[in-house]
Design a protein around this ligand. Structure first.
Ligand SMILES: Cc1cc2nc3c(=O)[nH]c(=O)nc-3n(C[C@H](O)[C@H](O)[C@H](O)COP(=O)(O)OP(=O)(O)OC[C@H]3O[C@@H](n4cnc5c(N)ncnc54)[C@H](O)[C@@H]3O)c2cc1C
Length: 333
């Protein structure tokens, strides 16, 4: 049996951010993930300036695909709203592997099945023992299922269902587009061009509301791809995959003894736009801080909405000018 001080389950943005902070504080950390990195993660890969800042990242020095958009284009029916703000897109396949490597943590490929409390710590699959356990395993996180589900279940009415595909495509439209509530979708569809000839398109909506309306996510996928065929992406071929995660509800219990849950495991994606990367990073950092500083683990500064920060970045002229000076991926229009 291998013993470590901190064991992290899951190497997505929540797990790698926690690992990064703990390693920098010189702590003894091991991270387990059931997949070998780089691994596929369904995600549009839109990241905010706050996420970039939390990671202490210089976008100009990032070695993989990254586009900085000088605006988002939001559509509500026939109304198109160009929102001047700074946002970025990355490919999760590259980004997650890069974050994990940068953290300097030791990573083992291991699918966690059993977690047993053991004194002040935990035993994992009778193979690992730790004092602190960080659950960063996403929607199906075993730490959530074993230690938190009963105490603080994620709200089923906030479950989001998605369909998405990231394809090679020689896109010409350079902005990121979001279409809200089209054909009664309780959510939105997206077109996210990525650097080096990649394009991510997808559709996401609240599962319960879609079921009630009698429409299914595949129908909405059909509307989106039909519109793209006649618009930004003629001739594109898709084979979409589905994934589900939870928007932020009343997340009250995120620490139990020496176990923590972070990111999608806790259901922290923003209520308005389903942004989960930023909240995963921030919560991972806060869990690590709780360990390094023997402080409470609190989510007070893990925002439950995205629009507030988008609006803030619209009016923050200095931040916009600074970010636009380092614009990557295409020229400002
Ligand atoms: C289609 C789609 C589009 C999205 N678009 C965006 C977007 O554009 N911007 C944004 O901010 N958010 C987006 N999100 C949300 C975002 O992807 C997630 O919120 C984010 O990845 C959460 O990070 P995490 O680290 O908590 O979990 P994850 O990134 O899911 O990482 C969890 C890790 O845990 C591992 N794991 C799971 N179970 C086990 C186990 N039993 N043992 C060992 N390892 C395990 C997994 O292999 C995985 O590597 C999107 C989500 C979807 C589905």
């Amino acid at each position: 049996m291998r013993s470590v001080e901190v064991l992290i389950i899951g190497g997505g943005p929540a797990g790698s951010s926690a690992a990064w902070k703990l390693r920098r504080a010189g702590r003894d950390v091991l991270l387990l993930d059931r997949e070998r990195f780089p691994r596929l993660k369904l995600c549009a890969g839109w990241i905010t300036p706050e996420a970039v800042q939390d990671l202490g990242m210089d976008v100009r020095a990032y070695p993989h695909s990254l586009i900085t958009y000088p605006r988002l284009r939001m559509h509500f029916g026939r109304l198109q709203l160009p929102v001047p703000c700074v946002q970025h897109s990355i490919r999760r396949f590259e980004f997650d592997a890069w974050l994990l490597e940068r953290s300097g943590v030791e990573v083992l490929e291991h699918n966690v099945r059993q977690i047993v409390p053991d004194g002040e710590g935990y035993r994992i699959d009778d193979a690992f023992r730790c004092r602190y356990l960080i659950g960063a395993g996403g929607t199906r996180c075993p730490v959530y299922r074993t230690l938190f589900r009963e105490l603080n279940p994620r709200a089923s009415e906030l479950q989001l269902v998605t369909l998405e595909h990231e394809i090679r495509y020689d896109w010409q439209e350079r902005d990121c587009h979001l279409w809200f509530f089209g054909h009664g979708l309780p959510g939105y569809s997206w077109y996210v061009p990525k650097e080096r000839g990649w394009l991510n398109v997808g559709v996401g909506g609240i599962a319960a509301r879609m079921k009630k309306s009698g429409h299914d996510i595949r129908e909405h996928w059909g509307y989106l791809t039909q519109a793209l065929e006649g618009g930004f992406a003629p001739g594109a071929q898709y084979d979409p995959t589905g994934y589900s995660y939870f928007l932020r509800g009343n997340v009250e219990v995120v620490r139990r003894g020496n176990a923590f849950i972070t990111g999608d495991a806790a259901g922290l994606a923003t209520r308005d736009l389903g942004e989960g990367i930023g909240p995963a990073i921030r919560s991972g950092l806060r869990a690590a801080q709780a360990i390094t500083e023997a402080a409470p683990y609190e989510l007070g500064d893990v925002s439950g909405t995205s629009l507030k920060s988008i609006v803030r970045s619209m009016f923050d002229r200095t931040a916009r000018a600074g970010a636009l000076a380092g614009l990557r991926g295409h020229a400002p229009g």
